[in-house]
Write a protein that binds this ligand. Structure first.
Ligand code: HAM
Length: 424
């Protein structure tokens, strides 16, 4: 027998019994973003490989080992986007959206990283991301975090922890970096292979190491806070104060450095302990240096992205039946005449009650089989049409989720009858 083809490892189908929850999450997030004046931008899934190398950083996990890159038929190196920020900046620059303008943009869609798959970590995953351009003050950093806090309320998630840090400016980080390298060199015997490799290319990332054997040494490492200038300090204090004012609790985590190179000043992550090792559901920060790095004029920028698989998992962890959906009505059609008449009736009901979900029995079948399907659809009522009903110009309405008796109603009163039953 020929072996059937399976999905690629780390890439998942969203099945019909899951998609309602996904749609709920996507719709609610879009509504919150719209309420703050953010507008959607849609970018291609493929970009030039160079774009990601120049933005995310040559010495990051993503660029070094996780990108799906290939040469196309013209010999151009293309990459399936591992994240959305780089493409969003590219698009905004290309279409002149950044020239003396303030932009509040959001996007959604699949991202691709060749990581080792595990719970909450996939090779194709989905993000909703937000990027703002043209605003350098800390108020927009705070607004973005408030947006995320409101999103958790809108999709019914609580108990996430907000971690916050500042990475200072490029210059402040450079001074700190020198001191940090000196410290790590003095403790070189304690560094693992990965950290030794990063020592001169990306020493800040060493702070983020999960290696328990290095914990003590990392805890005693110098912190960036001591190298911050007055402006960076004031910027960070404003963000913290604004969150206090609105009542959004947070923890300052001086070790939070993020896995992408483009950040400066504010960085943040929302984490949960309910998903095992992959507990970050949303992450972002300021990246004032990225636009010029990609050839544009200096443009302040800040944004974040959230992982939809992880948000859906958090919701389902609290309510395993979340998003289950059911039809309202199932139309049982007994006999040839009813099978024809049923399509007309179903359209009449849909015209009169556009919000209702009505599933029409297609494909015939006996009474038993049709009622089984009706039950599986989750419908509250079955409408039953047979030869007798057609002759008498009536229809039977049978409750499927209660012990109430079925009733036979005149066809011309059916719509009103349904309106009453489904008036929410
Ligand atoms: P990131 O931290 O790489 O940041 O990803 C953001 C979020 O995407 C993560 O917090 C996580 O929820 C989700 N995510 C990342 N990788 C995976 C994966 N392999 N499987 C499932 N979910 C995943 C960025 O991508 C930045 N572009 C965020 C940003 C926007 N910063 C500024 N603007």
């Amino acid at each position: 027998m020929t072996k059937s083809i399976q999905a690629i490892r780390g890439m998942h189908d969203v099945l019909p019994d899951q998609s309602a929850l996904w749609q709920f999450v996507e719709r609610r997030i879009a509504a919150v973003l719209g309420g703050y004046g953010y507008r959607e931008i849609r970018m291609p899934i493929l970009e030039m490989t160079e774009l990601f190398k120049r933005s995310i950083g040559e010495v990051t996990d993503i660029v070094e080992k996780e990108m799906y890159s290939f040469d196309d038929r013209n010999g151009d190196s293309l990459t399936l986007r591992p994240e959305g920020t780089a493409g969003c900046v590219r698009a905004a620059m290309e279409h002149g959206l950044l020239h003396n303008q303030i932009q509040r943009l959001w996007y959604q869609g699949p991202m691709f990283r060749h990581e080792r798959p595990q719970k909450g970590r996939y090779r194709q995953f989905h993000q909703i991301g937000v990027e703002t351009f043209g605003l350098s003050g800390p108020d927009i950093d705070a607004e973005l975090i408030l947006v995320t806090a409101r999103i958790w309320k809108a999709i019914g998630i609580d108990g996430l922890e907000l971690q916050l840090n500042t990475l200072g400016t490029t210059e402040e980080r450079a001074a700190y970096r020198g001191e940090l390298v000196g410290y790590f060199e003095a403790h070189a015997d304690l560094l693992d292979d990965d950290s030794r490799r990063r020592l001169h290319s990306n020493p800040l990332r060493i702070l983020d190491s999960k290696n328990a054997a290095m914990r003590e040494m990392l805890d005693a490492a110098p912190t960036l806070t001591d190298h911050l200038g007055d402006e960076s300090r004031a910027h960070f204090e404003f963000v913290c104060q604004a969150l206090d004012d609105v009542g959004v609790p947070f923890t300052i985590n001086p070790r939070l450095v993020r896995g992408l190179d483009y950040y400066s000043r504010t960085v943040f992550e929302w984490v949960t302990d309910r998903l095992g090792a992959q507990g970050t559901v949303c992450a972002g920060g300021r990246y004032d240096g990225l636009v010029p790095q990609l050839g544009g004029k200096p443009t302040p920028a800040v944004g974040f992205a959230m992982g939809l698989e992880r948000l859906v998992a958090v919701i389902q962890e609290g309510d395993p039946r979340a998003g289950e959906c059911a039809a309202d009505l199932y139309l049982v059609l007994l006999g040839d005449a009813a099978r024809r008449e049923g399509l007309v009736l179903a359209e009449q009901v849909r015209d009169a009650l556009p919000g209702l979900e009505l599933v029409c029995n297609c494909g015939g079948g006996g009474v038993k089989a049709q009622f089984k399907r009706a039950d599986r659809s989750g419908a509250r009522f079955a409408l039953v049409l047979g030869d007798t009903e057609i002759q008498e110009d009536r229809i039977v309405l049978k409750p499927l989720r209660s012990d109430d008796d079925q009733v036979s109603v005149r066809r011309d009163t059916l719509v009103d009858n349904l309106k009453e039953r489904f008036a929410h």
